[in-house]
Design a protein around this ligand. Structure first.
Ligand code: ADP
Length: 398
């Protein structure tokens, strides 16, 4: 069974074609600058890449090109489009309507549209992917996989904000949190590695990339998570601020009189880049910190402290933790962040094995000492595979 996974942004489209019997990636690629000058497609099969530069007016044209490449005799991986059993779409916001992936129907499209005010940049782009696919291949099963779905198990005490309840009832103002496919994937995989059922474990998953979130996964279910109604709270991120006081937002808006400008500051000019002034990329910040740049050191300390605080508070929420899992660009690759985050958590039974942690990049491993009460693990995330698995299950009618 072959499944295509699409992740559509407003001017980009990422794709991966899976053979689900082996879960192997047959081909993948990225279309960039859709609707803009200089559009191009980078398609990769067997580690060999092909680049096609041409005008790509919209997502429908982008999908036509992707399907042509997938059917190509040399660089493709399909003989006929009939081989495609389903297409899985990454959808950022499913609001309170979806706690798992679903087959796309007209009603589902309407629900995704109704969540546009909650994710104005992402949901319209995700919908463009669905429309482009249904225009191009009307017969294929489309599956929507939501970033918010995994967190729908959070109890009200985790998702209600301390503001008048009517804003939840009337305006859907609440914590939703994101990166759900990643937290679901790594927590399930961690349970497999530990050889225990997920239902018996308390796991804290740390998805640390350009965007970051931490989730408390109790018995396989998300019970708290650090992103919110939007994508700025929680951990200090590449360009996003992490937890701040509402007064800061009000002060900035009052002083600068412009909510759009303040939104731009909090989403794009804050976090590692805002504090360090060096870069939003942790590697650059760590490099500058090593050379004595105090603000770079401060930014990286703030990132690690915000992760540590969330881990300890989520352990408190769950009444303990069996495992802490690091994933995504920073979590999978930065031994220094993993070391700094876990240092000081010995009081709750965390004991890192520095030898196992040092130099470990992008590989699955348990990096805690054998006698550590809480296992510390690195599990590379694979959101696309998680979407493909859901699409397969739904295509099989399960
Ligand atoms: P996104 O949220 O855009 O998917 P990623 O998960 O790819 O982001 O993570 C990007 C982050 O991972 C960047 O801050 C980058 O510096 C960091 N990163 C990648 N490799 C390393 C490394 N070897 N050491 C430290 N940080 C790394």
């Amino acid at each position: 069974m072959k499944i295509l996974v699409l992740n559509c942004g407003s001017s980009s489209l990422k794709y991966q074609l899976f053979e689900m019997d082996t879960e192997a990636v047959l081909a993948k690629g990225l279309v960039e600058r859709i609707g803009l000058a200089g559009a191009c497609v980078k398609h990769t099969k067997d580690n060999k890449s092909t680049v096609r530069e041409e005008e790509i007016a919209d997502h429908t044209k982008a999908i036509k090109i992707v399907l042509e490449l997938l059917l190509d005799r040399e660089v493709g991986a399909l003989k006929s489009l009939d081989e495609l059993s389903a297409v899985g779409h990454r959808i950022v916001h499913g609001g309170e309507n979806y706690s798992k992936s679903v087959k796309v129907t007209d009603a589902v499209i309407k629900e995704i549209e109704s969540c546009v005010p909650l994710a104005p940049l992402h949901n319209p782009a995700n919908l463009m992917g669905i429309h482009a696919m249904t225009n191009t291949l009307p017969g294929v099963t489309n599956v929507a996989a939501f970033d918010t779905a995994f967190h729908q198990t959070m109890p009200p005490k985790a998702y209600i904000y301390g503001i008048p309840y009517e804003y939840y009832e009337n305006d859907k103002v609440r914590r939703y949190s994101f990166h759900g496919m990643s937290h679901a994937f790594v927590s399930a995989r961690a349970a497999e590695i530990l050889g225990k059922p997920a239902s018996s474990l308390k796991i804290i998953t740390c998805h640390l990339g350009n965007g970051s979130s931490i989730t408390a996964v109790d018995g396989g279910k998300s019970v708290d998570s650090s992103l919110g109604m939007g994508t700025t709270p929680g951990i200090l991120m590449g360009t996003r601020c992490g937890d701040i006081d509402a007064s800061v937002v009000l002060h900035l808006v009052t002083k600068h009189g412009d909510a759009a400008k303040v939104s731009d500051i909090l989403h794009k000019k804050s976090g590692l880049i805002g504090v360090s002034g060096v870069s939003s990329d942790l590697r650059d910040v760590e490099e500058a910190a090593k050379k004595g740049n105090e603000r770079a050191k401060l930014a990286s300390d703030m990132l690690c402290t915000s992760v540590k605080k969330h881990i300890a508070s989520y352990a408190a929420v769950m009444g303990g933790a069996d495992a802490i899992v690091f994933t995504a660009g920073i979590g999978e690759n930065s031994d220094s962040v993993r070391a700094a985050v876990t240092k000081g958590l010995e009081f709750m039974g965390v004991k890192l094995d520095e030898g196992k942690n040092a130099g470990l990049r992008g590989k699955e491993a348990v990096i805690s000492a054998d006698d550590s009460k809480v296992k510390v693990m690195v599990v590379p995330t694979n959101e696309e595979l998680m979407i493909a698995r859901d699409a397969k299950r739904i295509a099989e009618g399960k």
